[in-house]
Ligand binder design. Sequence first.
Ligand code: PGA
Length: 250
Amino acid sequence: MSRKPVIAGNWKMYKTQAEVIGTIEELRALVEGYAEVEVVVCPTFTSLPAAANALRGSSIGLGAQNVHWEEEGAFTGEISTEMLLDVGCQYAIIGHSERRQHFSESDEMVSRKLQKLIQTPLTPILCVGETLEEREAERVEEVVLGQLERALAGLTVESVFRIIIAYEPVWAIGTGRTATPEVAEEVHSMIRGWLSETYSEDLAGGIRILYGGSVKPGNVAELMAQPDIDGALVGGASLDSQSFAQLVKY
Ligand code: PGA
């Protein structure tokens, strides 16, 4: 089954509204109409309306970096799926390792977010990945599949089909230390194998699994050449429109 590649830029806590608009305008000029790849930008919450405006009529998708599982209520500082849809979002990243590490986001919270997202038109980008300590202790399979199993618990096959998975080894994020294509492929193929056993071969063959962690124009092609790597979730190298465009045109 052919899977459309996804290149998603996670802009984290960078860029003002004006900077977001500027980068999007440059990016549009560079990659608009490049239909082979699904391109997504994920700016901060405060820039989402400006980004949606700058993306009007564009094939580039808009995503948020986080979301809450409740529709509304007394949850100071949080944003709901409805609010994301209201400003024109189509994707939401959940379970990013920076959320897990610095904001104590648990698998249970990630699972609730996923349960909520799949009831909406938003496409979840679910992040999983092991720390260096866990890799050195040879616990990659247990950690990654455990995170997936707990996040996907209770979802139907049809719902899981709608998810984009991002494998992001924590030791490779923002460190300049990319997993080699072989190391990444090993985990991607393990995830796909698990999806096939747990759900169906069809689902495993159709779902997109992105790699994330120090992806750059210089290493994207060899990562994308791996059979089970269907795209990239990119932080640092997505901040600059030229480098982002190079990633899209890998
Ligand atoms: P990086 O971040 O590309 O800067 O390593 C990736 C991510 O956190 O999604």
